[in-house]
Design a protein around this ligand. Structure first.
Ligand code: AMP
Ligand code: ZN
Ligand code: FE
Ligand code: FE
Length: 307
């Protein structure tokens, strides 16, 4: 039995509807899937129903863009309550910032003689949590770029003419936000960020897990994060980060997390809920980890790993 715990739908920058995603998961024989749309949990209600029909276990989640000491990282919040008022209020703010970022990107494109309109991007996105892939699709559909890659290469990649930095919540606040909503905070694709040095601070702020298996992790990167997760007593997760058909072939099911890790994640969630009060936002200041944990962490991180 296998799971894919990192998936996006039309509620952010994926192309599949919840129903299509659940159907794909059923065809692939997945036992469990999680929805991790950027800055939203709106798709979770439909996904719950679709998975029920497909006979698949569903884990509600989201993916937040965060920052610690100038490093960008993505935090997955598993089992968050999709009705949690504080989470919903914060995410509504993130979504507003995303929408303004689209307007800014379009203004920059206009300055570069690309007469794209923000409304065209919003129409294509048709969701509250739009991002660069939607601008890329609008550029292709408007005939300004031949394909999505060209849109990113010419305009949207970091330091290209239409690139606008993204708002990032502090990682410590993001972890607290996820916890108060009843969720577990997991660092997404750590191998992409290559900022292992921040992991001890994240752990002392309450990080619950590491996404050890990811499409863009090499075998050695996965092994490295598995060792790290075991040493630091963190949950182990994995997923394909499927965005549907927007990036060539759909990735769902290409990363197969053994179901035993889902069991462990669920028991970690049950333990958390029994010891920590929900709905209270407590941002933990970073306290150094105990010496032996730091020693074990250092022993692992000095080993070189190649992506
Ligand atoms: P945003 O959240 O608006 O910054 O957009 C991030 C999304 O854009 C993620 O889903 C990325 O996978 C996607 N993305 C980033 N860089 C590229 C690229 N060079 N080509 C295609 N997609 C990209
Ligand atoms: Zn995305
Ligand atoms: Fe991510
Ligand atoms: Fe993602």
């Amino acid at each position: 039995m296998f799971a894919d715990l990192h998936l996006h739908t039309i509620f952010s920058d994926g192309t599949y509807t919840p129903e299509e995603l659940a159907d794909r998961a059923r065809q692939l024989g997945l036992a469990a899937i999680a929805l991790t749309d950027h800055d939203t949990v709106e798709g979770c209600a439909r996904m719950t129903l679709a998975c029920k029909k497909a006979g698949i276990e569903f884990l509600p989640a989201t993916e937040l863009t965060a920052e610690l000491d100038g490093n960008e990282l993505h935090l997955l919040g598993y089992f968050v309550d999709s009705q949690n008022p504080r989470l919903l209020a914060e995410m509504a703010e993130f979504q507003k910032v995303r929408q303004n970022r689209i307007r800014e990107m379009v203004a920059r494109l206009n300055q570069h003689n690309i007469p794209l309109q923000a409304d065209a991007v919003f129409a294509i996105a048709n969701c509250r949590s739009p991002g660069r892939p939607h601008v890329a699709r609008a550029l292709v559909m408007g005939g300004f770029c031949a394909n999505l890659d060209e849109a990113f290469e010419r305009f949207l990649k970091k330091n290209r003419p239409a690139w606008v930095p993204k708002f990032k919540i502090s990682a410590l606040e993001a972890i607290a936000l996820i916890h108060q909503a009843g969720g577990l905070a997991v660092m997404a694709h750590p191998g992409l960020n290559r900022t292992d040095g921040i992991i001890p601070d994240l752990v002392s702020a309450g990080l619950d897990g590491l996404e050890c298996f990811h499409t863009k992790h090499s075998h050695s990167a996965s092994e490295h994060y598995l060792r790290l997760a075991k040493e630091l007593n963190l949950a182990i997760t994995g997923g394909s980060d499927c965005h549907g058909l927007s990036k060539g072939k759909p990735l769902i099911g290409t990363v197969r997390l053994p179901y035993e890790y889902v069991e462990k994640l669920k028991s970690k969630s049950a333990n958390r809920k029994s010891v920590e009060p929900l709905n209270r936002l407590t941002v933990k200041p970073v306290q150094p980890l105990d010496a032996s944990t730091i020693q074990r962490f250092n022993a692992l991180t000095i080993q070189p790993f190649n992506e």
